[in-house]
Design a protein around this ligand. Structure first.
Ligand SMILES: [Zn+2]
Length: 200
């Protein structure tokens, strides 16, 4: 059985992975950051394992690699967080929530919440220090990859997976013509560990 909770081998930086259909990552740094929140169908897994590492209340920032339902499903477990996503992703969500999320129920939950999605690029100025937000349109128009430089870790969402496999580009907000360039762009960055949205 695949482990639902694991600590990654990333040296000094404490990074945890929760397998919630898609991967949820916690960077347990001074100001804790979560990347993606998993599928709502796996909510019990997150509720069981996340508090073993950190109370949900302590998370200050949640960054979404993109807004598909299996990456945002448990956003409402983080009551004290600010929420960030790619600029184009937020635009597409405002235009057509269910097209951007791919599941009406989850789209409506996010839309009906108090959450204001902010441009993830703001993190580069506002901190925590060490994050680079890289726009990688393809899987969705507003997909981002998030590099955490101190640990040389890349959070690649559904843009690419291990062994160089690329994400699909046949979804309503995909930008297939941009995927190859996004993939190649990532070769310019220095990282040692890939933390993808799924362990394909
Ligand atoms: Zn996706």
């Amino acid at each position: 059985m695949q482990r639902k909770l694991s600590r990654l081998q990333t040296g000094e930086t404490e990074i945890w992975k929760f397998d919630c259909d898609s991967n949820v990552y916690l960077l347990n740094i001074d100001e804790p950051v979560v990347i993606d929140t998993g599928n709502r169908s796996n909510r019990d897994i997150l509720k069981t394992f996340f508090p073993k590492v950190l109370p949900f209340e302590k998370v200050k920032k949640v960054m979404f690699t993109h807004l598909h339902f299996d990456h945002i499903g448990n956003f409402d477990l983080f009551p004290n967080a600010e929420f960030f996503a790619g600029k184009a992703e937020i635009e597409d969500f405002r235009k057509d929530p269910s097209g951007a999320v791919l599941k009406e129920e989850i789209a409506q939950k996010l839309k009906g919440s108090e959450i204001v999605l902010k441009d993830a690029k703001l993190i580069e100025q506002r901190g925590p220090e060490g994050f680079r937000v890289i726009e990688t349109p393809g899987h969705t128009r507003g997909s981002i990859c998030i590099l955490y430089e101190p640990a040389k870790v890349i959070f690649s969402g559904d843009t690419f997976f291990r062994r160089g496999k690329m994400g699909r580009t046949d979804l309503p907000t995909s930008a297939p013509e941009k995927m190859q360039a996004s993939f190649e762009k990532m070769l310019d960055y220095n990282y040692k560990v890939i933390c993808p949205g799924h362990d394909y």
